[in-house]
Design a binder for this molecule. Sequence first.
Ligand code: NAD
Length: 309
Amino acid sequence: MKIAIIGAGAMGSRFGYMLQQSGNDVFLVDTWKEHVNIINKNGLLIEENNKLNSIKIPIFLPEEAIEIPELIILFTKSMGLKSMLKSINKIIGKNTKVLCLLNGLGHSETISEFVDMKNIFMGVTLWTSELIGPGHVKLTGSGNLEIQNLDPTMEDTAKKICQTLNNANLNAVYSKNVVLSIWKKACINGVLNSTCTILDCNIEEFGQLKNSKKIITKIIQEFSQIANKYNIFLNIDEIIKNVEQTYDPNEAGEHFPSMHQDLIQNHRLTEIDYINGYISKKGKEFDISTPYNDLLTMLIHSKEELLIK
Ligand code: NAD
C-alpha cells in the first residue's frame, strides 16, 4: 500500500519504518529541514535493542510531496496538525484514507475541514518512541493501537487498515468505541503530563505526594463533566486506578511524561491546549466550571513563556 506518514518525529518515524519493513511503499513528510536533509543524505537511523541500523526511506518537506497515497497516517504534534493539513492538502486524494493517531482531543473536527468524513479514521496508540536528534529515532518497548471509522459505512475499510498495520506487527485492533479510548488516554495524560511538568518530577514522585489523590480526582471529574456533554461516560474510579497503577516503578513510575520531556528538558511547546486546555475551553463554551484544568493550562503556558525565548 502507498502510505504517507505526515509528521516524521519519534512516532511517525517508528510507524514509517515498521510499515516499510512489511513491504508497504512508504514516504515521510516533515517540516523540520535539518531532519529531512539528514534522512535524505544518510538514511533514517533506527536504534533498537542497543543496535543501530540506517534505513533508506523517502522523506519530503510538505511543499515537495506530490504523490497521492492510499493511506495517510497523521503523527504531527497537536498544535501543528492544522497547518500541516493545509500544506499537504494537494496529496489528500478523493479516496485517500486519513488515520489520526495523535494524543489529545478535538482533532477529528480539525481534520474534517480538509477530509471527507467517510475517509477519516481515528485511533489511539500505546506504542512509544523517542527522537534522539535529527534523523535518529530510538524505538522503546512494545505497544498496540485501536482504530475506528467515523462514518458507520466504513467499518470494513477500518478493518483493512488494521490488517495492514498488523502485517507490520503494530498490534492493531478494530475498536467499537475509539472515542471513549481517546478520552480515557487524554484524561490520563491530562492528569500526569501537566502536573509532573509543573512540579518537575517523575510519575512515581508525583504519586507519592500527599495531595496527589485529591489533585487527580478533581482533574478527572472535570474531564468527565465535559465528556458527558458529548455522551461519553468516563468511569472516574477506573481512571483513578489506571493513573495510580502508573506510579509503580515497574510500570511508568520512573518516566517523565512527554510534556516534561518537551518543555522542561527540550524547551519545546506542549500539547496542553488539546488536553487540559481543551477541557478548559469546552468548560467555557458549556458554562461548566473547570478551575483545575484552567489553572493547569495557564501554568503550562506560563512555563512555556519562561522557558521558550
Ligand atoms: P515529535 O515531537 O517527535 O515529532 C513531532 C514533530 O516535531 C515532527 O514534525 C518533528 O520533526 C518535529 N520536531 C521534533 N523535534 C524537533 C526539533 N528539535 N526541532 C524542530 N522540529 C522538531 O512527536 P511524537 O512524539 O512523534 O508525537 C506525535 C504525536 O503522537 C503526538 O500527538 C504525541 O502526543 C503522540 N504520541 C507520542 C508518543 C511517543 O512515545 N512519542 C506515544 C503515543 C502518542
